[in-house]
Design a protein around this ligand. Structure first.
Ligand code: PMP
Length: 388
C-alpha cells in the first residue's frame, strides 16, 4: 500500500511537480515572516488589504464575545445565528439579488449549486480555464461535463445547441483565477437565455474589486445592467472581503432549493458566527472605501509600465491578478526561487493547474502594497531577466 504512495510521490518529485507549503509566522499581509526572515509577498487574494484591518479584528472579538467560538451545529439544526441571517440579507442587497445564502467555502458553494440543480441526463458547460471546484462539482453531480475553449462563445453556442440534455448549466469564472481576464457576462447571459440554461458566475476574484462600490462583475461598466433570472451568482469572502466563506445570490426559489438540497450546505457545521460578524464590517468597508480600488488600479498600471519590455510578458489582465508568462515549469520555478532569494514571494503556477507550457508567476496585487513594493518587484525581475 505505502510503496504505491511512495512511488507516486517520487514520480511527482522527479517531474518537479511537488507542491510545498510554507509556514507563515504571524499575520498574512504584504510582508510576511517565514523561518525568521521577512518577505515582500505578492501571493495573497486579500486584494483590498482588509485581512488585518483593526475594525475587522474588533468585530471578530465582539462576535466571539456575543456568540462564542463554535456554531455547534449545521445551519438546519441549530447553527444559523442572527449574524448569519443579517449578513445574508446585506449580501443580497449589495449584489442586487432577492436572496443570498452563506456557505463555508467557495469550493462548497460551487459543489452545492451544481449538485442541487443537476443530475444524470443534465449537462454542465464549462470554460476550459475554470477553477477546479467548478469541474469537481460537475463530476460530483453526475451531469455530463462539456468543456469549451476559453472564452469561445461560438464553441459554447454550438455545444448548447447540440445538447439533448434535460437541464443545462453554464459555469464560468467571472475573473479567471490564473489569468486575471474577465468573462463576457452580458453575452453569456444572452446565450443562456436563448438556450434556457442556468448561468453560474463564480466571482471569487471580482467581488469587492470590480464594479461600483466593489459589487462585483455584474456591476462593471462593460456588463449588462439588469440581472437575468438565469443568473446564479457566487462569490467568496476569503479574498477581497479579507475573511473566510462564500455566498450564493439568486432568486428566492433557487436559494430555497439550495437550503433543501445542497448537501455541502446541509451536512456541515455552520461557520462560527464571529465570521459573519466580521464580514458585516468588511462589507461596509468594501462599499465605502473606494480609495482601496483606486489604489489597486494605480498599482496595476505601475506594474504593467514597469514590466512593459521585459522578456516575459504579462497577460493582458486589468485585474489584480497579473500573471507573468514564463512557459516552462522549471524556468518558472527558477525565477520564483530567484525572487525568494531576494526576499520576494511570487508563486510559480505550473501544470496541471495551468495548461502545459503555460507556467507562470502569478503576481497578485493588494491595495496594501506600496508603490515602492511594486518597484522592488519590478527591479528584481529585471535583474533576473538580465542574469538569464
Ligand atoms: N472559485 C474560484 C474562481 C477560486 O479562485 C476559488 C479559490 N481559489 C474558489 C472558487 C474556492 O473558494 P474557497 O477558497 O472559498 O473555497
Amino acid at each position: 500500500m505505502y510503496s504505491d504512495l511512495v512511488e507516486r510521490l517520487r514520480v511527482r518529485e522527479e517531474k518537479g511537480l511537488r507542491r510545498v507549503r510554507r509556514t507563515i509566522e504571524g499575520p498574512q499581509d504584504t510582508h510576511v515572516s517565514i523561518a525568521g526572515r521577512e518577505y515582500l509577498a505578492f501571493c495573497s487574494n486579500d486584494y483590498l488589504g482588509l485581512a488585518n484591518h483593526p475594525e475587522l479584528i474588533e468585530s471578530a472579538c465582539q462576535g466571539v464575545r456575543r456568540y462564542g467560538v463554535g456554531a455547534g451545529a449545521s445551519h438546519l439544526i441549530n447553527g444559523h445565528s442572527s449574524a448569519h441571517h443579517e449578513l445574508e440579507q446585506a449580501l443580497a442587497r449589495f449584489t442586487g439579488f432577492p436572496e443570498a445564502l452563506l456557505f463555508s467555502t467557495g469550493y462548497m458553494a460551487n459543489m452545492g449549486v451544481v449538485t442541487a440543480l443537476l443530475g444524470r441526463g443534465d449537462a454542465v458547460f464549462a470554460d476550459r480555464l475554470n477553477h477546479a471546484s467548478l469541474n469537481d462539482a460537475a463530476l460530483l453531480s453526475r451531469a455530463k461535463l462539456i468543456r469549451y475553449p476559453h472564452l469561445d462563445l461560438t464553441a459554447l453556442e454550438r455545444r448548447l445547441a447540440m445538447s439533448p440534455a434535460r437541464r443545462k448549466l453554464v459555469v464560468t469564472d467571472a475573473v479567471f483565477s490564473m489569468d486575471g481576464d474577465i468573462a463576457p457576462v452580458d453575452q453569456l447571459q444572452a446565450l443562456c437565455e436563448k438556450y434556457q440554461a442556468w448561468l453560474l458566475l463564480d466571482d471569487a476574484h471580482g467581488f469587492g474589486v470590480l464594479g461600483k462600490q466593489g459589487r462585483g462583475v455584474l456591476f462593471s461598466a462593460s456588463q449588462a445592467r439588469a440581472h437575468s433570472p438565469n443568473i446564479i451568482y457566487m462569490a467568496t469572502l476569503g479574498k477581497s472581503a479579507g475573511v473566510f466563506g462564500a455566498f450564493v445570490a439568486a432568486r428566492s426559489e433557487l436559494i430555497e432549493t439550495l437550503i433543501q438540497s445542497a448537501r455541502s450546505y446541509i451536512y456541515t457545521t455552520a461557520t462560527p458566527a464571529l465570521l459573519p460578524c466580521t464580514l458585516l464590517t468588511s462589507l461596509r468597508l468594501i462599499e465605502q472605501d473606494e480609495w482601496r480600488r483606486e489604489q489597486l488600479s494605480r498599482h496595476i498600471v505601475q506594474l504593467k509600465q514597469a514590466l512593459q519590455s521585459l522578456c516575459w510578458p504579462l497577460q493582458p489582465s486589468t485585474t489584480p491578478i497579473q500573471p507573468l508568462m514564463i512557459g516552462a515549469s522549471d524556468a518558472a520555478l527558477r525565477i520564483s526561487d530567484g525572487l525568494r532569494e531576494q526576499g520576494i514571494l511570487v508563486p510559480a503556477i505550473r501544470p496541471p493547474t495551468v495548461p502545459l507550457g503555460a507556467a507562470r508567476l502569478r503576481i497578485s496585487l493588494s491595495a496594501s502594497h506600496t508603490p515602492a513594493d511594486i518597484e522592488r518587484l519590478a527591479n528584481a525581475l529585471w535583474q533576473l531577466a538580465k542574469a538569464g
